[in-house]
Write a protein that binds this ligand. Structure first.
Ligand code: AMP
Ligand code: ZN
Length: 493
């Protein structure tokens, strides 16, 4: 029986503002969509935190035995400066400044994004669709919204008619905003004169002659509005009504509000059962932002090459630091916080390392089964990772007590403890044991040294066919042998 049959998860649903019992639309299956990065610059730690929260959630669902289709998109067109309807496309702007093709920008920063996620031990999503790969779907969606009377065409651009929509639907249902308040608070911006009302948003924009990223459509050569891609891609892969939609808190309005409106207008139904929003990462007490310089990117934090922190931190310490806060709380990245996380992470890893070296007894002085359920209860309570980590520390304390003889454990309990601590630390929190990785690297080096010795012997015996075979086959698996007068060394590509 899959674990999800015995564990009941509660999720804070932004739509209702309440913690709700999670019941997937189809028993045993989960469809989850998370807004991915706009690939116009290196991923920053704030972005990373949001994606890490959903990676942990994805991991827990998998651990419980759910079949999960996790879709996280890549925004490679349509996202304009200041998240608005006017201005330059973020990617085109970067391409112009660097005098390269927009798709070179997309390629460069998509590769960077994937590299960073790999360093932090993310699981890949099931599907990673791009906005430019789904232009036809977006055009079809716009056509449906026009046909249903919720959008209008002006000078080759198409706008969503928020006022019309709000007569029969509730614009603001997710962000808890009222259209009347929005009307009072909106200033008419230059360049928005095509719109009937400033609250309307673009579904399709006619491209200026200088705009490079453009596609033909029934209305003009142009490009889709930013909110549209997520409606097109989420429903294409997950259906018109799916389980979970996530993203950073800052996307609740207007991005996600507009997604709901688009789906309602095109298909007559709300797209999502549970809306989840991850909170922001701050740096030394202020919002992390490139424009104010209060900003640090993953590479700088990993290398220690920055003026914000006293030293370098490893990816797993950073991951552990982020997991020590609930995904729903604001988290402040500080040197002191990272140092404390480093200590905690090492303490946990040291305890896990002791598990195989404990003396067994006929009775246990700690209720392991009860502790295991507490770990599940923490995760079931809206993915409460700080409480889970507190329980993992309780287990670490117990392991240390068994080690020093002040507590005892049975074989059975030790097996359960080991499985549980491994499952939660590695599979759910996504941590890796850096000590183990180091020891595996040592073993690999040892094995390659043996092959280097065999190759040397082959050469002495003039068996050049064998010596070349060793070199070539190692190269094929990415291990390069470098011969010099001092001997042979190797590098791993
Ligand atoms: P973007 O690439 O700007 O479209 O953002 C990608 C994701 O990162 C979105 O889900 C944002 O909400 C999220 N995000 C942006 N800044 C932060 C931050 N400082 N803390 C946490 N998440 C963020
Ligand atoms: Zn989105």
């Amino acid at each position: 029986m899959p674990l999800h049959n015995t564990q009941q998860i509660k999720i804070h649903n932004t739509l209702s503002g309440k913690k709700e019992v999670f019941k997937p639309i189809t028993e045993g299956h989960i469809g989850m969509y998370v807004c991915g990065p706009t690939v116009y610059s290196n991923v920053h730690l704030g972005n990373l935190r949001t994606f890490m929260s959903f990676d942990m959630i994805f991991r827990y669902f998998l651990h419980l035995g759910y079949k999960v289709r996790y879709v996280r998109n890549i925004t490679d067109a349509g996202h304009l400066e200041n998240d608005s309807d006017v201005g330059e496309d973020k990617i085109t702007k970067k391409a112009r400044l660097e005098e390269i093709e927009p798709m070179e920008i997309v390629q460069r920063y998509t590769v960077d994004f994937h590299n960073v996620l790999k360093i932090f031990n993310f699981l890949p999503p099931s599907i990673e669709p791009t906005a430019t790969g789904h232009i036809i779907e977006q055009i079809e969606l716009i056509q449906s919204i026009i046909d249903n009377g919720f959008a209008y065409v002006v000078n080759g651009s198409v706008y969503f008619d928020v006022h019309k929509y709000n007569t029969t639907n509730e614009y603001g249902i997710l962000s808890k905003r009222k259209l009347e308040d929005l009307i009072h608070n909106t200033r008419a911006l230059d360049g928005q004169s095509d719109k009937k009302n400033p609250q309307d948003f673009a579904l399709w924009k006619k491209a200026e002659p200088t705009h490079i990223m453009r596609w033909p459509s029934p209305w003009s050569d142009g490009f889709p509005g930013w909110h549209l891609e997520c409606t097109a891609m989420s429903t294409k892969y997950l259906g018109d009504f799916f389980d979970i939609h996530g993203g950073g808190m800052d996307l609740k309005f207007p991005h996600h509000e507009c997604e709901i409106a688009q789906n309602q207008a095109a298909k007559g139904k709300a797209p999502v059962k549970y809306w989840m929003h991850a909170n922001m990462l701050e740096l030394n007490g202020a919002r992390m932002s490139k424009s104010t310089g209060n900003y640090i990117n993953p590479a700088e934090l990993l290398s220690g090459d920055n003026d914000k922190m006293s030293k370098a931190y490893s990816p797993m310490v950073i991951r552990f630091f982020m997991m020590q806060a609930s995904y729903k709380s604001v988290l402040d990245l500080t040197d002191a916080g990272l140092k404390a996380a480093e200590k905690g992470f090492n303490r946990l890893m040291d305890a896990i390392g002791l598990i195989g070296h404990l003396k067994l007894s006929t009775a246990s002085t700690f209720n392991v089964a009860e502790w295991q359920q507490k770990c599940y209860d923490a995760m079931n309570d809206d993915f409460n990772t700080p409480i889970l980590i507190a329980h993992l520390f309780d287990a670490a304390k117990y392991i240390n007590q068994v080690k020093d003889g002040s507590a005892t454990v049975t074989t059975e309990d030790l097996d359960l403890l080991k499985d549980t601590i491994h499952n939660f630390t590695y599979s759910v929190l996504g941590l890796t044991n850096t000590l183990e990785t180091d020891s595996n690297t040592e073993k690999l080096s040892g094995a390659v040294e043996i092959l280097i010795k065999l190759r040397k012997e082959a050469r002495i015996n003039k068996d050049f066919a064998l010596s070349d075979k060793i070199r070539d086959e190692l190269a094929e698996v990415g291990i390069q042998l470098n011969d010099s007068r001092e001997g042979t060394t190797f590098s791993i590509n």
